[in-house]
Design a protein around this ligand. Structure first.
Ligand code: HMG
Ligand code: MG
Length: 307
């Protein structure tokens, strides 16, 4: 039995844009969030409170958060790698924060400049402070299916970080395939390790689509009952510290599959395609989403036939 309802977390304003070389205006980022919430997204990862020297694209984090017209029922999350980031984020009133560790030592060093164990110690006061302020904490485990520096990553390595996250009170465990090398059975093996320590409702998948495996991996996750996934409209995304890794799975493509399976998400595909088209135009390129491109072409053909 696969789930009847799925929660999609659109991470395009953060993961989608963090890697863009050309600075995107705060006003466009805000408009993207507004379009996503209008399409029915109820979870949106807006920005990150990281060093602007490391990730210049996210330097306007507070401006973007301040510019949001928040919609009731929508949860806005932000990345906070340390207490400094959390304090800056707190002033902008996020509903949820995300701490991010890696299953590989090499990636931890490149991404956040410390070892896995050191990162957990940095997160400990962040989790405490978030909980003291009534804010939920999501944890992301990068490179859970493979690492650009280390290569193979085993389920044991994933479970070690899951246990550490659980130990400091992180509420939710996101299993992330940063470089998109996971395949369905391996994804299930990684998720099973998360499910040993977290309930189904607090485990999610975050799949980059570099090798075209993301939809198959989502289906494999559904078979385990996992029903929360990160995705990025127009297939935007990438990590500055995982060169060559392409975007997250496109939210439009995931939605097209879920709609076809009769799984409820509360999201309107047409409005989502518009959101993807909007941000792609801002970036000056076509959406990477296959479903998005197909639906835009269908619309154009219908308009031409009418003219
Ligand atoms: P560090 O150099 O180890 O820390 O950076 P530091 O405490 O020595 O500080 C260095 C400088 O950063 C100082 O400034 C600090 O003030 C400043 P300076 O004195 O050089 O002018 N600083 C900060 N500034 C703003 N906000 C902060 C902050 N903290 C320190 N919070 C740090 C540690 C984590 C900050 C750094 O390594 C960093 O920002 N890394 C970027 C990490 C990142 O954003 N990666 C991409 C997101 S993760 C991702 O994409 C994966 C995910 O999608 C899942 C997946 O796909 O795998 C989630
Ligand atoms: Mg990512």
């Amino acid at each position: 039995m696969i789930p009847t309802h799925v929660t999609l977390v659109d991470v395009s304003p953060r993961d989608g844009l963090q890697n863009e070389a050309k600075q995107v205006d705060a006003a466009h980022k805000i408009e993207l969030v507004h379009r996503l919430q209008a399409a029915g997204l109820r979870e949106i990862e807006v920005t990150s409170f990281v060093s602007p020297k490391w990730v210049p694209q996210m330097a306007d984090n507070a401006e973007v958060m301040a510019g949001l017209q928040r919609k009731p029922g929508v949860r806005y999350s932000v990345l906070t790698p340390n207490l400094r980031g959390f304090e800056a984020a707190l002033a902008t009133k996020p509903d949820e924060i995300v701490v991010f560790a890696a299953a590989s030592e090499a990636f931890s060093q490149r991404n956040i400049n410390c070892s896995i164990d050191e990162s957990i110690e940095r997160f400990r006061p962040v989790v405490e402070a978030a909980h003291a302020n009534g804010i939920k904490v999501r944890g992301a485990i990068s490179c859970a299916l493979g690492c650009p520096y280390q290569g193979e990553v085993s389920p044991d390595e994933v479970e070690r970080v899951v246990r550490l996250m659980r130990g400091i009170g992180v509420d939710h465990c996101g299993v992330a395939d940063t470089i998109g090398v996971g395949t369905p059975k391996r994804v299930q093996a990684a998720l099973e390790r998360a499910l040993r320590h977290y309930p189904l409702v607090e485990v999610s998948g975050h799949f980059h689509d570099t090798y075209g495996q993301a939809l198959a991996n989502i289906y494999a996750s559904l078979e385990l009952g996992v029903h929360t996934f990160d995705a990025s409209v127009a297939g935007l995304g990438g990590c500055p510290y995982a060169k060559g890794a392409t975007g997250n799975v496109a939210t439009e493509d995931v939605l097209f599959m879920l709609d076809g399976l009769g799984i409820d998400t509360g999201i309107d595909l047409n409005a989502l395609v518009d959101a993807g088209n909007f941000i792609s135009q801002v970036l000056g390129r076509a959406p990477v989403s296959r479903a998005g491109k197909a639906l835009l072409a269908k619309r154009a053909a219908a308009a031409e036939a009418k003219a």
